[in-house]
Write a protein that binds this ligand. Sequence first.
Ligand SMILES: Cc1ncc(COP(=O)(O)O)c(C=O)c1O
Length: 458
Amino acid sequence: MNPGTVMNTETQTQELWQRRLQLFPITAEVRPSPRDGSPALTVGGCDLDALAHEYGTPLYCFDAATLDAAAEQYRRSLAAHYPGRAAVTYAGKAFFCKAIAQWTQRQGFWLDCTGAGEIGVAVAAGVPRQRILVHGVNKSDEDLDAALRHGEIIVVDNLAELYRIAGRTPALAELPDLWIRVRPGVAVDTHAYRQTGQEDSKFGMSPLEAMEAVRFCRAQGLPLTGLHFHQGSHFHDPAPVGPALDTVLDLVAEMASATGWQPASLSPGGGWGVPYHEDDLPHPDVDAYVAFVAQRVAAGCAERGLELPALHLEPGRSLVARAGVALYRTGGEKQSATRRWLPIDGGLADNPRPALYGARYSALPVRAPQRPVADAAWIAGPFCESGDVLIEALPLPALEPGEVLAVPVSGAYHLAMQSNYNGARKPAVLWLADGAAHVIQRRETIADLVARDADLPG
Ligand SMILES: Cc1ncc(COP(=O)(O)O)c(C=O)c1O
């Protein structure tokens, strides 16, 4: 091999792993391992290999510094582009447990809970009523009762729900504020399964139904204070938020002239995307999204002579995704006719996103992550589905069985959608800060798997 080729290959290897490293939490570093001095990946000052050894795999780690930085970015951008009148609501559906609910309160955020289950966790975490906003597309009676009891705001999805709320609360003074969820007829550019704003979406009310909802609330004296819409999740271009805001602000102008009502709060939901793979870099930043939305709301209200509402953004993924790292242990590689298979000990059960939406990930070995890459590997989980392939065709170094592989950007919509398929026990979740790891969710046990079961009668 000529030396020029070697140089080139080494340079490419360096570039590749440096780009992958950028996907990891902001504290990610390669440091000499305390065990043998070889280079090892650390996050939050913690050696990932040592954590995998101590807590077992699959293992999920959340980096506190990355979470805090993401929160600070939203606060800073809103303060710059919509000063004094903005709030952040964390969309709990992205990743939810007591610790993350408590983290939202340290950040001064609202917490979006979908249904009685998430409300119950929020209450157990000590989140005060004044910070709980409740969503849900077909809220059960139990959901509504929990929302009426513990919520400050209920985002009403449809007219039937509004009538049920009115019927469940003879003491209207105790009602939470109500917001109407509008279907603006425009979705963002994302996978069809993650689009929610289009005309034929199952979410929210048409503009006509929203007008009817305003009339009903006015007639019944219900505390209607806001309008909400959400166009989809994981988008990278804010442009479609513009026409949706135009539709909604036109509707507000109509509502104002027909009923005299204007929303004190307006929420264009969440959905800002994140880079998952080195090919997604560079990615437009949160500030560009916030600036776009803030400017369009302010200009749209001024054009129509509307009062400026408080602006509530509702991000989930862009707050928590990068902070999360999933650790898996590798098995023995296999070669099929056309593929290098790298088996790992998790996949579909803890991260259904590749199977659901063809989501694309990257990975690094935690020991010597800058080793030269060999062929592309198909990284597959142990579950009885051929679709349980976590990452397709990822160039990776040769790996020994038993090595630990770290998958970045694992903080959103993995654990929130995990299952016990094939008897998988849900992984432990660690909170990493200042070189210390703290268990915020313990690993499930076999006893947990049978805890709800009863013996066959007779
Ligand atoms: C109503 C609502 N708000 C906020 C979000 C959060 O979206 P993301 O996690 O992409 O920011 C979602 C996600 O689907 C949602 O349905």
